[in-house]
Design a protein around this ligand. Structure first.
Ligand SMILES: *Cc1c(COP(=O)(O)O)cnc(C)c1O
Length: 419
């Protein structure tokens, strides 16, 4: 598609933002979120999604009914099944996973540990774990720790920080010594979208287990975990799934693998008959065995409510708006920010891009708190990147326009003060 506004000036861009909001089929969803006070432009929905207006009532009902009068009986009336029931729902609405393969568990970090550790144990004769050096810190640290714990070696793929891991790089990195490969579907800094089905195929050809981190795609970019033949996946629920700070992560384990994997944190909640309290651990059949301790029931309320919205909008429509938002942001950065010497450190428009963009400039570290003070809230990513995350159901084009214009003004001011 050719761009109808190839050399837009600032006024045209602002008018265009208004047109895009007017024509936005998902525009009304913005009203479903709690108004964010003095915030002018929230550009970090990929780090912490905004709360839903419906939440206070849901929380009150939960406290009074399920918890308050149901009390311990609520474990039998649904809480025990909740990690798997909500996992099924998430799988159906956003992940392309049929029932019995997704669960809500511990934090992302802990679930990554469980996934990688179980995969390595399932390939006892193999000596290497593969990951890229631009993956999110916790992913890298977990893999380093498991390698040290199990006497394996980490094989690092060197990823271009402005794009991401390619199929060719994975093909070069895997061999008959590879136990498992851990990669991110969407790179947390650049927004690069990895070729999950293609790379998973390459990993399988080497006889290794493919583990995907979906933190920056779950709830915004549809995945087809079953069709793509993914082995294991882990993802956040407080980013595009708006579960709230520290809401528990989800895990996916392909049905055929479930009985062949032994997860390392074998707690009572993953056993075949929890209240038998038997003398030794007997894992439940199915996905339940990947649960460890008492599930965080209270912390699942917000993500469940967000799934209502995503279901109503349709994940494909959410993704379509994500593309429109990132395209607009790229154009706006091109008009307002890049002329001041900033660089786009994300893939250009097209299929290889998630729902966020990173733009870099040496002044950005000092500029970020100045922007926050003015109600423009992006994320700073060391050493000099500002990350603009666009959560489709809660973000308007007008606020993207406004936020980027203020960013440009502050950057111009900082540059002038340097002289
Ligand atoms: C946000 C994020 C995490 C966060 O892990 P927590 O255990 O929730 O702190 C992990 N990996 C990636 C790729 C992320 O984007």
């Amino acid at each position: 598609m050719t761009d109808p506004h190839p050399t837009a000036d600032p006024a045209t861009l602002t008018a265009r933002a208004r047109d895009l909001d007017d024509a936005d089929p998902l525009g009304a969803f913005v009203d479903e979120f709690v108004p964010s006070g003095e915030v002018v432009s929230y550009l970090d929905g990929n780090s912490l999604g905004r709360p839903l207006r419906a939440l206070p009532d849901l929380v009150t009902a939960f406290i009074e009914k399920d918890w308050g009068s149901g009390l311990i009986r609520s474990w039998d009336a649904g809480w025990m099944q909740r990690p798997v029931a909500l996992g099924d729902r998430l799988g159906r609405i956003a992940l392309g996973a049929t029932a019995g393969q997704v669960f809500i568990g511990d934090s992302t970090t802990v679930l990554l540990y469980k996934a990688v550790r179980a995969a390595v144990a399932a390939r006892p004769e193999r000596t290497e774990i593969v990951i890229d050096d631009d993956n999110f810190p916790t992913d890298r640290y977990i893999v380093e720790g498991i390698a040290a714990e199990t006497g394996r070696t980490v094989r690092w793929i060197h990823a271009d920080p402005a794009s991401g891991v390619t199929a060719d790089q994975v093909r070069e990195a895997v061999n008959d010594q590879t136990a498992a490969v851990l990669l991110s579907h969407v790179a947390y800094r650049s927004g690069w979208v990895a070729d999950v089905p293609g790379i998973t195929d390459i990993i399988h050809s080497a006889g290794a287990i493919a583990i995907w981190d979906l933190c920056h795609s779950a709830g915004v970019i549809p995945t087809e975990l079953d069709a793509w033949d993914v082995d294991l996946a882990v993802g956040c629920t407080y980013k595009y799934l708006n579960g709230g700070p520290g809401s528990p992560a989800f895990g996916y384990v392909r049905t055929e693998l479930q009985s062949r994997l032994q997860q390392p944190i074998q707690g009572w909640m993953g056993t075949a008959d929890v209240f038998e309290m038997g003398p030794s651990y007997r894992p439940a059949l199915g996905i339940r065995r990947f649960v460890s301790g008492t599930p965080a029931i209270f912390a699942m309320l917000a993500m469940d409510a967000m799934l209502d919205l995503i279901e109503r909008a349709g994940i494909d429509a959410v993704y379509a708006k994500s593309i429109r938002l990132t395209d607009f942001a790229e154009q706006s950065l091109g008009v307002h920010v890049l002329p001041h010497g900033a660089r786009l450190e994300s893939p250009q428009r097209g299929a290889h891009r998630g729902s966020h963009l990173t733009v870099a400039h040496p002044a950005f570290r000092d500029l970020t708190p100045v922007l926050w003070e003015q109600g423009v809230i992006p994320d700073f990513r060391a050493p000099d990147g500002i990350r603009i995350g666009l959560s489709p159901l809660s973000t308007t084009f007008a606020e993207v326009d406004e936020g980027i214009r203020i960013l440009a003004e502050e950057l111009a001011r900082a540059a002038a003060a340097q002289k």
